[in-house]
Design a protein around this ligand. Sequence first.
Ligand SMILES: Cc1cc2nc3c(=O)[nH]c(=O)nc-3n(C[C@H](O)[C@H](O)[C@H](O)COP(=O)(O)O)c2cc1C
Length: 174
Amino acid sequence: MKRILIVYATKTGSTATAAQLLYDRLAGRDVTLCTTEEASADPTAYDIVVIGGCIRYAKLYKPVREYLKKWDAVLATKQTGYFILCGYPDSAEEFFEKNLTDAQAERAFDLACFGGEMVPAHAKSLWDKLVLKIERDHILGGGNNGDQREDAVLPTISEENIAVFANKLKQLSL
Ligand SMILES: Cc1cc2nc3c(=O)[nH]c(=O)nc-3n(C[C@H](O)[C@H](O)[C@H](O)COP(=O)(O)O)c2cc1C
């Protein structure tokens, strides 16, 4: 059975939640789950490496960018897949285009968006709280009178997309 590494970085927690949901769906497989900062994030000993991160200011979260740079040569020899969490999942394709090299994108068995969350209470810094509040209000369409748009939908973590990704991983890891 192939060895799988799921490595991620999160700022306000949603990427961690999504990574755990993915991990839970792979019960019975040889899977390690860790953050980019942990010693077990070294991808050398794995066959399949899944890299996950949140999007901030249209960029992959810095620790993930650094991880991809540091391990680029090793990752080029592995089966790789990527997932992102963001506030605007409709822009996921654009985020991947901007943040991965052509080689990284072409080698990947999947580039997936697991949705995202915009919950100011989850933010640890005041700045993040403010950004999330502004973006949330923007999505909800709360103008001067605070009316919500009827069709406004805040992002959520997509269990469906996680399930699809997990099934691809299961096929690959046989
Ligand atoms: C400071 C900041 C900047 C963000 N920039 C973007 C962005 O450019 N595009 C986007 O779709 N979402 C953006 N988001 C939303 C996050 O990607 C979303 O909240 C995601 O679920 C965060 O993942 P995390 O909880 O793992 O950090 C931003 C959030 C914050 C706090």
